[in-house]
Design a protein around this ligand. Sequence first.
Ligand code: AHR
Length: 351
Amino acid sequence: MNKYIKSAVIAIIMVIVFVAGCATVSDSKKKNIQNELTEDTADRLITVGFSQLGAESDWRSANTESMLGTFTPEAGYSLIYKNGQQKQANQITAIRMFIQQEVDYIVLAPSTEDGWDSVLGEAREAGIPVIVVDRKVNASDKNLYSCWVGSDFELEGKKVAAWIKEYADSQGIASEDLHIVNIQGSIGSTAQIGRSRGLANAARTNGWDLMAEVSGDFTETKGREVMGALLKRFDNISIVYCENDNEAIGAIDAIEAAGYKVGKNIKNGEIMVVSFDGVNEKALQYARDGKISCIAECNPHHGPRVDALIKTLENGGTPDKFNYVDEKIYSSVPDVKSIVVDGRQYEIEQP
Ligand code: AHR
């Protein structure tokens, strides 16, 4: 190679090395800036530890989706989600983990009401506010948690009971001819306690025959199993009060498998099914078809409500301790147009 070509090649190589060098410097600079930004953004995110009790029903899945869809980085949150698999012990472990991780807020959807005092005390000592969602906790000191948001489960029970009363009156069915079985939810949960109480009080007041109360654990499988057993025990059931739609779907399977017809025509031997939630599409279709006579709504979309409570706390405010969600009642049975519960009138909505 002559000396001119040699110098030209060296010059070209030097230019390439320089440009590559510049590119490398600017890439790493960019990376640093990006890292700073990510750390900065992470610093500004509110960390929420959410302990969900499990995945027993369609209501629960909708509730989980609402929370996961709300507490996103885009909305300013970093969410740690734990499914308690229906066990309170798992939920307590999750809360302890959230405390160790120094989250900003703990959101608890408790399985049952009792047994939370110690772990809530630990959260309070760590200075982490706890927001209870859906079911309530039976805490010895109300200051162990910041606030609660959810449904008035006893009101839901009263609504269904008022609907039964209106329907029976409209058909001239005597109180003593209403033979009712209650497939209860998970025992000790606020949803079960409230809904069972709503029915039991109405049965006492109206003189209905409340023949049995058995737990179906809010699941379709248990609803089917328990209903099968009840049909073997009693041959005069007129109403099955299911404490959620999944139980109702299972119960209807069992009733039909035993050769009975579900429907409103209890005078002619049909078995009436009433229920709660109004989330599951199959249950809503059953309500349109008259297989489920009445559903009291239980609204699962608590994510935005908890977000609003956190925002109030972040701004130094004090949210109301108990925040009840307004809910509807659905039925396609034309005989009842409205009900009155605790002095308030509720129009019956189409499912
Ligand atoms: O606590 C709410 C209840 O829990 C819903 O009615 C039921 O479907 C769920 O499992």
